[in-house]
Design a protein around this ligand. Structure first.
Ligand code: ATP
Ligand code: MG
Length: 320
């Protein structure tokens, strides 16, 4: 992509130069290191940003996986608000491309998060309207629709000056369309996911922006990450979509239920951060880490595709 297009996409001249150089020739680690702080997206969750050495990486795919209702979409909506904020408030002052495959996006909730998280800035209706006008929603309900949208995204990114791509979720459409218990479907699904990951990585890299995708969970009988997805009562609950997909994502967050109302975010895969656990709750203002800075504990991680995930346990009302 030429520098004129990169500039039209809202990318600074300095970053344009660096990106152009990275595309046509090898570069030194020193250049990437200097570029590093410009290539992180602050989430407005200081404890998480600290673990991630400055925030979610640009130019890469970050996956958020976990059981239903644990807050994946809430996190995506909160990140959308933060992207539109002015730079002096920690935002990117850019718009958002939000691909919604589950009809789960709620504009009312987006506005609620904005007004409660940044009450001073969003005290005027004008600012709220501006913010909501910069979050571009694309409802895509089939694999083919998602794929066509991704193929056209380069032009849309330039036209909207987007600073964040969200795909919520990558799993729902492929899991609906590919029954992996049928012969050949696992390979077909893997090919579709591979192409989606390649396109998303290309866009993330070309525009130097973060891509956030959500994923679902699956029960792996015998704990093999590459086997077909099965929904069952026994076995280990892990991220869906298998090993090949797990390798495609650069950073993986697992959201899971803890004791009582407690919820946990695990940093289960990152090229820069150790395995870490942060406690969170979901409030009117969206995703909140417990305590001022949030408490971070490190844990012994495993293969991220085999990391067991705690789901909500059912309370047996018959038990005294
Ligand atoms: P799925 O896998 O079904 O897409 P998800 O992980 O995306 O699930 P979310 O939709 O992000 O789940 O989260 C829903 C949860 O967020 C609700 O169960 C509730 O706990 C919490 N929540 C939603 N709105 C509010 C609110 N206004 N105030 C507090 N908590 C809220
Ligand atoms: Mg959701």
């Amino acid at each position: 992509m030429g520098s004129r297009l990169l500039k039209r996409a809202g990318i600074s001249p300095k970053t344009c130069e660096q990106l152009k150089r990275h595309n046509i020739e090898s570069c030194k680690a020193l250049e990437l290191w200097k570029h590093y702080s410009d290539s992180r997206f602050l989430t407005s969750l200081p404890a998480l940003d600290k673990v991630l050495r400055g925030g979610i990486p640009c130019g890469a795919i970050t996956e958020v996986t976990g059981p239903f209702g644990c807050g994946k979409t809430q996190l995506c909506m909160m990140l959308s608000v933060v992207t539109t904020l002015p730079k002096e408030l920690g935002g990117l002052d850019r718009s958002v491309i939000y691909i919604d495959t589950e009809s789960a996006f709620s504009a009312e909730r987006l506005v609620e998060i904005a007004q409660n998280r940044f009450p001073d800035y969003f005290s005027s209706r004008e600012k709220v309207v501006q913010m909501a006008g910069r979050v571009h929603i694309f409802r895509e309900m089939t694999c083919q629709d998602v794929f066509r949208r991704l193929e056209k995204l380069e032009e849309i990114l330039i036209a909207t000056k987007a600073g964040l791509i969200i795909l919520d979720s990558v799993a729902s459409v492929v899991r609906k369309e590919f029954d992996t218990t049928l012969p050949g479907n696992l390979l077909l699904r893997s090919n579709v996911l591979g192409e989606e990951a390649t396109t998303l990585k290309y866009l993330a890299h070309q525009f130097n922006i973060p891509v956030v995708v959500t994923n679902q969970i699956t029960t792996q009988i015998g704990g093999q990450g590459s086997g077909p997805d099965t929904e069952g009562d026994s076995g280990i609950v892990t991220a869906a979509l298998g090993n090949t997909w797990a390798h495609s994502v650069n950073t993986r967050f697992i959201l899971q239920y803890g004791d009582g109302h407690q919820r946990q975010l695990l940093v289960a895969k990152s090229p820069v951060a150790p395995f870490a656990v942060l406690n969170y709750t979901i409030q009117k203002e969206g995703f909140c880490m417990n305590g001022n800075d949030g408490e971070v504990t490190l844990y012994e991680g495993t293969d991220p595709s085999l990391q067991a995930i705690r789901v909500r346990t059912l309370i047996n009302l018959d038990t005294p």
